[in-house]
Design a protein around this ligand. Structure first.
Ligand code: DC
Length: 225
């Protein structure tokens, strides 16, 4: 069977992670969370006391990155060197820091190479913000998943609660709005759907319904190949 590159972009809290993982499992593809890479850069920058607008220091940091996705029964973990940073990169502070470093061209360029290498074997679902527009403009099937801000903020609150880092709804919504604005208005690779992406609004659809729509588009592509 043909191996595809599938991209799923969209704002925070639209349900990209659950959907991307499920779709990858259904197809027997790898799932690659590119947001984790930006969070990894944020984590390493914070650890070294680098502020997000110090481009020379960020460039230096990016040269020495040693990230690895490791698959296990419970999902995928991100390692930086020998350290599993999967949990540490999920805090609200790392969300904001990741958004800030992701606006720096030096960081985007460094991660572009890493992401394209991960895509070379195909048979992968890439989740991010610019997968279909910048990193894989030739992807076989592109999706842009969104939902209204209230639905997204409520989902993120539930996720944080499940991780034992509860936050007030109002703070989550404010932080999300802030990130949406900075991700969508940055000069390089702003968050927007690719011209040839299928737009899916998950406000009223559950995961299964979204996956069914996606599988329909993927099957059509596989039949054409
Ligand atoms: O998907 P996430 O919330 O884990 O992403 C963290 C930040 O990284 C997000 O604010 C935007 C940025 N990001 C990006 O600019 N490009 C990507 N492909 C993935 C994430």
């Amino acid at each position: 069977m043909q191996k595809l590159v599938i991209t799923i972009d969209g704002p925070a809290g639209a349900g990209k992670t659950t959907v991307s993982r499920t779709l990858a499992d259904r197809l027997g593809y790898r799932y690659i969370d590119t947001g984790a890479l930006y969070r990894g850069v944020a984590f390493e920058a914070a650890r070294k006391g680098i502020v997000p607008d110090d481009d020379p220091a960020l460039a230096d940091l990016c040269q020495g990155l040693d990230f690895k996705f490791v698959r296990h029964d419970g999902g995928v973990s991100l390692f930086s060197g020998k350290t599993d940073i999967s949990e540490a990169i999920r805090t609200p502070e790392m969300s904001l820091m990741a958004s800030a470093v992701s606006a720096r061209p030096v960081v985007r360029e460094a991660l572009m190479g890493i992401q394209r290498r991960l895509g070379a074997e195909k048979a992968a679902v890439f989740e991010g913000r610019d997968m279909g527009t910048v990193v894989f403009p030739e992807a076989d099937v592109k999706f842009f998943l969104t939902a209204d801000i209230k639905t997204r903020a409520a989902r993120r609150c539930r996720e944080l609660e499940a991780k034992n880092i509860p936050q007030a709804y109002a703070d989550v919504e404010k932080e999300m709005q802030q990130r949406d604005t900075s991700d969508a208005t940055r000069a390089v690779a702003p968050l927007k759907p690719a011209d040839d992406a299928f737009l899916i609004d998950s406000t009223r659809y559950g995961v299964d319904a979204v996956i069914d729509q996606m599988m329909g588009h993927v099957q059509k592509k596989l039949q054409k190949k």
